[in-house]
Design a protein around this ligand. Structure first.
Ligand SMILES: C[S@@+](CC[C@H](N)C(=O)[O-])C[C@H]1O[C@@H](n2cnc3c(N)ncnc32)[C@H](O)[C@@H]1O
Length: 444
């Protein structure tokens, strides 16, 4: 048997996931919770006996991951974590970094992705959009059984593991979710006897907690009655299982601009209220500062309308999205909000059936905000269009850079790229890119 090695390393830089990276003759070694300039003692798994190199990661790379034993020489930008569970819970990876180091690291992830794609537009400083905290959280619920008996727990997973770390308080959550861990545990105790692990998604809304439980399978008649009683006792606004409504005691509202939206159970929402406002502000500012007035805009991958409802204060909006329930929520909010210009909706799969140049050319501005996979097919059609202004919103730097390159190759210039941080202490970053048509569309 080969034993893990203990060694001392100097950290050279930060990796994309927030780990410190030490360069060694055997290749890079990734050290979680270590900072550039630090000397750290680590334990390194024994090398692969067949190659003598670091054990290959699941990505197939010979990157070695060490476990931090001690920081022997701390960097000046190291700070005390705000949560007692930091390093045990896998939710946060950067509570040990100063704000300046953190902001530069997140912004760099966007700069690096753009440079790889060959785009050299300057990237704005990171905009902090944590605000009052995350308005939505998903707790995992597990039944743990050992010789001492049965123990139901809710919490987050440890980093790169399926071990549950029970959580009773989480500092990145909005105060409106303060009782969310206790509520999740209460529901887990009702549902876990079925034996299946649960995901309990809890959203803070204007009328209380909105909860969607996943992993359980459809609820039977008896379970529905038990859950309806629990929703009453816990004073929930709405409770659903896999998006299937169990009870709605009050419509759960999310304010979007002048509108009040009741999103579909379990449907997409930006992580923080300030994150949504910031992304929408960058979108509307881009439209307001366009040389000509924006009279008609398309909002693609529109969700339940955070951009459409705000854009409709100045322009007619056509909102396109694959989730019909999200569009129905947007349509209801539009009809209930006086003073907006017209919003029309269209349920459409934009991966398979992107809007074509003839459709796109009706708009003065097109906004798109796809899931992580990006909007490659749609970007290719926009690149062939004459739309004067395109605003790309994204939650993935790699696919954003790819789609941005498609636009710039098609004759658009990247005017402004702004990274936005609504997932504090995680490696996730959002970005908003403003593109203006400078050259003629290239026919392909
Ligand atoms: C990142 S969310 C953005 C939603 C909205 N813009 C917001 O800020 O809340 C991406 C949206 O794309 C939608 N979507 C996913 N795949 C799609 C597809 N193939 N065609 C159209 N919309 C899709 C999802 O339902 C989701 O609402």
């Amino acid at each position: 048997m080969t034993l893990d090695a203990t060694l001392t390393l100097t950290i050279a830089r930060l990796g994309a996931r927030g780990d410190g990276i030490a360069d060694t003759p055997a290749g890079p070694v990734y050290v979680p919770y270590a900072l550039p300039g630090e000397t750290v003692r680590v334990s390194l798994p024994a090398p692969d006996p067949s190659t003598g190199r670091a054990a290959r990661s699941s990505m197939g790379r010979a990157d070695a991951r060490a476990a931090l034993i001690a920081v022997e020489h701390a960097a000046p930008d190291r700070r005390a974590p705000e949560c007692v569970l930091f390093t045990r819970c896998g939710g946060c990876v950067t509570q040990h970094m100063s704000e300046a180091t953190y902001g530069a690291w997140k912004r760099d992830s966007v700069v690096t992705a753009l440079a790889r794609a060959g785009i050299d537009t300057p990237v704005e400083p990171l905009v902090d959009a944590h605000g009052t905290g995350r308005r939505r959280v998903t707790f995992h619920g597990r039944r743990r059984q050992d010789a001492d008996g049965v123990d139901d727990a809710v919490g987050f997973m440890a980093a790169r593991s399926h071990d549950l770390v029970p959580v009773a308080h989480c500092p990145v959550l909005d105060p409106a979710l303060a009782r969310a861990p206790a509520v999740a545990l209460d529901l887990a105790r009702l549902l876990l006897p079925k034996g299946k692990p649960l995901d309990i998604q809890i959203t803070a809304t204007t009328s209380g907690l909105d909860i969607d439980v996943r992993g359980h399978g459809p609820a039977g008649e008896v379970e529905r009655r038990v859950l309806t009683g629990a929703a009453e006792r816990l004073d929930l606004a709405r409770l659903s299982i896999h998006g299937d409504l169990v009870v709605e005691r009050r419509p759960p509202g999310i304010a979007m601009g002048r509108g009040l939206v009741t999103p579909p159970a379990g449907g997409f929402l930006q992580a923080t209220a300030l994150g949504e406002e910031t992304l929408a502000r960058l979108v509307t500012e881009a439209c307001d500062s366009a040389p000509g007035r924006i009279k008609r805009a398309a909002d693609l991958f529109a969700g339940c309308g955070p951009f459409a409802l705000r854009l409709a204060e100045r322009a007619e909006v056509h909102a396109v999205e694959s989730a019909a329930a999200a569009l129905a929520a947007l349509d209801r909010a539009f009809r209930a909000t006086p003073g907006l210009r017209r919003i029309t909706t269209e349920a459409r799969d934009l991966f398979r059936r992107p809007l074509l140049p003839l459709e796109l050319n009706r708009y003065d501005a097109v906004v798109f905000d796809p899931p992580r996979a990006g909007a490659e097919a749609q970007a290719r059609e926009i690149a062939k269009s004459q739309v004067p202004l395109v605003v790309a919103v994204s939650c993935d730097a790699g696919t954003f850079a790819r789609d941005a390159k498609i636009l710039t190759d098609g004759g658009y210039a990247a005017a402004r790229i702004t990274p936005v941080d609504q997932f504090r202490h995680s490696p996730h970053v959002e970005m908003v890119g403003v593109f203006v048509r400078t050259g003629k569309a290239r026919r392909r």
